[in-house]
Ligand binder design. Sequence first.
Ligand SMILES: [Zn+2]
Length: 334
Amino acid sequence: MDEKFIAGVDIGGTWVRVAICTADLHEKRIKKRVTKTRKENKYSISNSVCQILSELLSENNIRKEQLLGIGIATAGPLNMKKGEVFNNANLGFRVIPLKEPIRKKFPEIPIYFINDCNGSALGIHFFEAEDEEKDNLVYITMSTGIGGGAICNGHLLLGKEGNAAEVGHALVEPKSKFKCNCGAYGCWEAYSSGTGVQNRALDTLKDGKLNADILMQIVNNDKTKITAKEVFQAAKKGDVLSKKIIEDCIFYTKVGIGIVNNYYDCSSIYFGGAMIKDKEQIIPPLIEQFEKDPLRFTINHPPKIKLTRYKDEIGLIGALALVKYKIEKHKIIL
Ligand SMILES: [Zn+2]
């Protein structure tokens, strides 16, 4: 009998990743490809997904019929049933249909959809988590935005359309003047995401109250070059303004973790996302806080704070795990 395979896709604002793997999801047998996210029209993304997947299959001498399913993890918000993304600020169109155009090229093959952070939680569950934390874990991405996925009592929380655990939009500062990417004020994302750190640095610079000589030196006096990366770098070198912004980023992440743990009572929180490149500035203070003085932020027993070892690929391996759990009718996603 022909060997069976699983396909996974991760769609983000900057990159589209595609993978195929044998049905056992043995890590060494995952074959991956990555491409820039195309935004010419609302079908550009589904077209490039189909093209890359077809290439991966033919290069590995696999026929479409050998696929057990295609898992698609995408930046949200998403309508899981319709298989489309709506109101996403980074993908270029108000509604982006994915399921129908992909189904046309891969008829007869089951296609499963998931919000990328929820998918990442599944990926951690399958590939990374220890037995004692598996059934109660949360994944949090700190990237352009902040997003989350929660497994509670061994069950992945999805919500009515697949967008549960949007933890980045938890209100952490009620009277805040800082606007979030979602349009509201004072969200965790407005303080601790990449765009949050960038916007706050620019705003505080305008106030002119804190010294930012080191930061300005790093960007050759060109404010337009300031991103979260430069703010982290300047903070490390002692820049007063940058230190304040990073301190706030970390403080509000503690508040966010506290909210997450009060809501989901989790054993572990795994962090991922582009900002974790500066993990030595972010993670140790979080671990210290929740080991030594958790009650300041959460009433429940504190979670362990960890980093996913899959970095940028956690969404992709989550998409693979989604298919495996779906075809096995695993209780985590029934
Ligand atoms: Zn928000």
